[in-house]
Design a protein around this ligand. Structure first.
Ligand code: CUA
Length: 167
């Protein structure tokens, strides 16, 4: 059978493209530094957060001298706790989960921004600087109250910071 030279070239080009697309999709899924939703951890039951050690009582916890952990629950259409108070000049790790549908936890004007998925825990660590107030919004459409879903992150001066429940 005789195949025309141009036809051969186009066939070859199509093959190269197909291989390139497959390689690019594969890289997007498993390439270096590419992380999909973490599935190595057990999922939690969004209907029973009240029985979860971390999320039954959304809160700020001190874990080191200038290190804090914040456990946040997003629900239609609010965040708990609210406001979230952390001290200036500290390292804060947020653990965020959802009690119902997909939300997001986005600290306005910063790069702290994560999708919040029921059953999963989104984790982000941020270096907190000077005192100030930051809005927290939900960037994932989650229902009729989505546009009203907001919270507040308050960075208070170190000497004024008190953990809730402390005397
Ligand atoms: Cu929660 Cu949009």
């Amino acid at each position: 059978m005789n195949i025309h030279t141009y036809e051969k070239l186009w066939l070859g080009a199509a093959m190269v493209l197909i291989v390139f697309f497959i390689a690019s999709v594969t890289y997007g899924a498993i390439g270096a530094g590419v992380a999909m939703v973490d599935d190595s951890e057990d999922t939690l039951d969004p209907d029973n957060l009240g029985e979860d050690d971390r999320f039954a009582d959304p809160r700020v916890e001190q874990v080191g001298e200038d290190e804090y952990e914040v456990y946040v629950v997003a629900r239609t259409f609010f965040f708990q706790p609210n406001p979230i108070e952390v001290p200036a000049d500290s390292t804060v790790t947020f653990y965020v989960t959802s009690g119902d549908v997909i939300h997001s936890f986005s600290v306005v004007g910063t790069n702290a921004n994560a999708m919040v998925i029921p059953g999963e825990v989104s984790t982000m660590t941020v270096e907190v600087g000077d005192p100030g107030e930051y809005g927290i919004v939900c960037n994932e459409y989650c229902g009729p109250g989505h546009h009203d879903m907001e919270g507040l992150l308050v960075v208070v001066p170190e000497d004024e910071f008190e953990l809730e429940g402390d005397e």
